[in-house]
Design a protein around this ligand. Sequence first.
Ligand SMILES: Cc1ncc(COP(=O)(O)O)c(C=O)c1O
Length: 489
Amino acid sequence: MGTRPATSLLIRIDPRARETLQQQIYAGIRRAVLEGLVTPRTRLPSSRALAEDLRVSRTTSLLAVEQLRAEGYLTARRGSGTFVADLLPDDHPQAGSARVAPKPIHPPLSRRGAALVAARQGARRLPGPPRPFRIGTPGVDLFPVRLWSRLASRRLRAVTSAQLDYGDPAGLRVLREAIAKHVETARGTRCAADQVLMVAGAQQGLDLICRLLLDPGDRVWMEEPGYPGARSALLGAGARILPVRVDVEAGVRSAGNVRLVYVTPSHQYPLGVPMSLPRRLTLLKWAAAARAWVVEDDYDSEFRYGARPIPCLHGLDIDGRVIYVGSFSKTLFPGLRLGFLIVPPDLQDRVVAARSAADQHPPSLDQAVLADFIVEGHFARHLRRMRAAYRERLESLAAAAERFCRGRLRLRPVQAGLHAVADLDGVDAVRVSREAATRGVEATPLSAYFVGRSRGANSLVLGFGAVRPEAASRGMERLAAAIEAARRL
Ligand SMILES: Cc1ncc(COP(=O)(O)O)c(C=O)c1O
C-alpha cells in the first residue's frame, strides 16, 4: 500500500517513509546495483522515464542519479545515457555478492569438527541472568566493579604506545610474576614466571595444549563424568577419549597406551570430590612410567570449606609431566577471559609459538589491570571475602534443600568449589531438570557430564556461587515442585 514499483529497477517508493523521495530512489538504485539486479554496463532508464515511472518530479530522480554518479555506482556517457559502472566503489561488495544466494552446498565438516559439534552439552542454562542453581557462574553480584573500573581507567589514562602495539605472546611479565608468586603461597607449587603463560581463559589453554601435544587418534584418559570443555578441546584435536570413572587405580589398570590424562584433582568436575594424596602420587608415578602428559585443571580450588588443602599435582610433580591450567573465571569473573598455563620449562617456547598462531595474546590492558589487582592486594582480599560469601551461599542451599525437599533431594557433602551434587530418590533426574527449567530453575542432571552411559547417576548438579541466600530459598521451593511434577509423569 502506497508503494509504487519502478518497473525496470524494482524500486519501491513509500510516500510515508521518513526518507525523502530522493533518498529512496538513491537507495533503491544502489541496492539494485549491489545485489546484481542490474549488472555493470546496463543502461539505466532516463531520469525523465524514471520520474514518470515513480511519479516523482524529474528534479528528484535527477538528483538521486547524480548522487550515484558522484559516488561511482553509475557513469554517464555523453549522448548515450547513464550506465551501471564497471567497477563499483571499492568499499562496497561487487555486484551480485550481496544477492540472496540459493542454499549453498558446502563440503562436509572435518571429522574432528563434526565430533566437536555433536558433543556439545553440559550445564543446562536458561537465557538471561543467573537463575538458581546455575553452574559455572561465580558471585558476580559481589564483584568490586567500582574498584576494577578505577584501576582500568587509571591504566587507560596512562596507556603507552608500547601497550597499544602487539605484546609478548607469553603474556604481560608483571602479571606472570604475580601469578607465580600467588600459586606458591595458595596452591603449594613453585614455578618461574617464564613458565606461566597467559591464555584467554582455561578453555583456550586446554585447546592449545591438546592441539600442540596430541595427534589425531591419540588416546586420552579423561575422568568420567568430566568437564565438557575439556572434552571439546580433546575432540577438536582429534583425540580418542577413554572415559575412566573417577578412580585413579581403575585408570591405571585400564588406561594402557595413553598420551595424556586430563584431571581435576582439587575438586573433581562435576562430582566435587578431591583426589587423595596417595592417588595423586599413584597417578604421577604411572604417568612417569607411561610417559604421558598430565593436565591438571585447577579451576576453582581457591574456595574450600574446612577441608585441608592438598598440594596441587603440579607441586608434587618431580618429573615435569604436569601442565597446570588456572583460570580467573571463578576467582574474579568469567567475562574477563583470562587464565594461565604453567608448563614445564622445555615446553615454554613451543607453547608460545602455538599461542601466537591462535590470537597472539590476551588484551594487554586487561592483563595490566589484573596485574594491578593482584599486586596491590585486592585479589587476596577479594578471595577472602568471597570465601565467606560462598560459605554462606552453600549453607543457604543446604538449609533450603532441607526445608523444601527433605528426603527427596540429598545434598552430598561439599568440601570445595561452587557447586553441589544432589541425589534424587525414585524420580528421574532428567525429567526433574526439564520440569525445573519450566519453572525458571537451572538444575543440570549429572548424566549430562558422561561420555558413555551414566549408569546409576540419578543426581542433579546445583551451582550456588551466583545464588543469593533468598534466591536459594525461592529456587528450592520451585525445584521441590519440579520434583513432584516429575514424579507424577
Ligand atoms: C572444570 C572447569 N575447568 C575450567 C573452567 C573455566 O574455564 P574458563 O577459564 O575458560 O572460563 C571451568 C568453568 O566452568 C570448569 O568448570
